[in-house]
Design a protein around this ligand. Structure first.
Ligand code: PHE
Length: 450
């Protein structure tokens, strides 16, 4: 891959706040809004929250710092970055990221299409009382395909605009709106009659439940997906940074915001579930629960439900959009660095992404299987390889890049030890435990059509 053609200067963030908001936007997504609080209740409430935070600190922050370092140091998209630092042998990892970007966006955009459809319905005619039937109509088939394509169109529109004028501008508008909606909904949920009981159920610490293999692997997988790690998204965003800020500090900020949103989303979801007696409906962790049980609550609230439900799904839509632009940008950046015009790359790969989503729009089993394989397993593989690359192939250079913003040798040493030993060991163990569910998902992928 050739560096970008000299005639066209590479795009960059206008401000550091713009970069941070975009990175938080990538991290905060559909993963925050439901899965986190769901796993928390399964896994021991506050005890789970504690373990999750520990995983974010020990695994998430060092890996994100590493991605930031490689991106800023090379000012290239992951493929070019890996080639220039590691030689041709590392280029396949860059392609793995591109494949991962396609894989995730293919089904992510289908779910995001549902959120748009729900938002529009809630604010318009209102979501029908029988939300199960409604979800059945929305989730698969021509309707799902239509909204998926519409969502991809919006994603392409933003990425088409470039870093400053597209992604940064969109993040500066959408992220504050998202925070406002989230806080507004949390305050409203606080006023619901059953909110105290719900907080109790959400956060009741239960140490006995946390230390189960399933919960720990779920938590680590969730942390990786939620922080947008292991597929070059953070690396790509960091390649547009031109300041000397402390990258470890930025990783802490992004991770903390991501956790904060996930945590507060739980404070929204649980009071609704408790107040409207939906506990039985929340049987499974599938996204279906988000689209079936919660809207049942909104539907039973009459006129107020329109506003709250509309706000809720609008928030999900904003969260999904700022994540999907980072997914498409990984793919687009790879080709822009090769000399393609951004407009062409955005249109072509947006179209390809829309096509790869077709099977997920017609089959939710297929959608779930791709999520398990790409959204869980592949990200961990990517994260492990990033650690190996940074920790063993380019450590002195990476340390030098980190030192541009982080003076403390002790902290840099701590980061190096985590990236070289602790994180790879934990990720290897995780991959081992993920083998079986991933294999099941591979089989589902093939049987989904039978
Ligand atoms: N972090 C996003 C979420 O929580 C998903 C995502 C994963 C985005 C990987 C980019 C890269 O929904």
């Amino acid at each position: 891959m050739q560096p970008s053609s000299g005639s066209r200067p590479r795009d960059a963030w206008a401000t550091n706040a713009g970069f941070l908001l975009a990175a938080v936007g990538s991290a905060v997504g559909l993963g925050n809004m439901w899965r986190f609080s769901y796993i928390a209740t399964q896994g021991g409430g506050a005890a789970f929250v504690g373990i999750y935070l520990l995983l974010v600190a020990v695994i998430g922050v060092p890996v994100m710092t590493s991605e930031f370092i490689v991106g800023r140091m090379t000012q290239r998209s992951p493929i070019g970055a890996l080639r220039s630092l590691g030689g041709p042998r590392w280029v396949p990892l860059g392609w793995l990221f591109v494949a991962g970007g396609f894989g995730i966006i293919s089904y992510y955009s289908v779910i995001a299409g549902w959120t748009m459809r729900y938002a529009v319905t809630a604010l318009g005619p209102g979501i029908p009382a029988d939300t199960g039937v409604f979800f059945g109509e929305v989730a698969t088939g021509a309707d799902a395909l239509l909204w998926h394509v519409l969502f991809m169109g919006i994603t392409v529109f933003i990425v088409y605009g470039g870093i400053k004028k597209g992604i940064e501008r969109a993040s500066l508008i959408l992220m504050p709106l998202l925070f406002l909606l989230l806080v507004g909904l949390a305050v409203w949920a606080f006023t619901l009659p059953e909110s105290r009981a719900a907080y109790g159920a959400y956060l009741d610490p239960n140490l006995g439940q946390v230390f189960h293999r399933r919960i720990l692997t779920d938590a680590a997988g969730q942390a990786f997906f939620s922080l947008s790690l292991g597929m070059g998204a953070m690396m790509t965003y960091a390649s547009y940074i031109q300041t000397k800020h402390d990258l470890a500090r930025e990783a802490v900020i992004v991770s903390a915001c991501d956790f904060g949103v996930a945590f507060v989303a739980g404070l929204v979801v649980f009071p609704i579930v408790f107040t409207f007696g939906l506990r039985d409906l929340v049987g499974e962790s599938s996204v279906g629960a988000l689209f079936i049980s919660l809207p049942t609550g909104f539907a039973s609230m009459g006129a107020a439900g329109k506003l709250v439900g509309g706000g809720f799904f609008l928030m999900l839509f904003f969260a999904a959009l700022t994540s999907s632009i980072s997914l498409l940008e990984v793919v687009v950046a790879a080709f822009v660095d090769r000399g393609w015009a951004r407009h062409r790359a955005a249109l072509v790969f947006g179209l390809v992404a829309a096509l790869t989503g077709v099977p997920s729009a017609f089959n939710t089993d297929f959608l779930g299987a791709v999520d398990a394989i790409v959204g869980n397993f592949l990200l961990i593989v990517g994260g492990l390889l990033i650690c190996v690359f940074v920790g063993y192939r380019i450590l002195p250079q990476a340390d030098g890049e980190l030192a541009r913003g982080l003076d403390s040798p002790i902290l840099r040493r701590l980061w190096a030890v985590l990236v070289r030993y602790v994180v790879p060991a934990l990720l290897l163990a995780l991959l081992f435990f993920m083998l079986e569910p991933t294999w099941e998902a591979v089989k589902t992928l093939f049987t989904a059509w039978m």
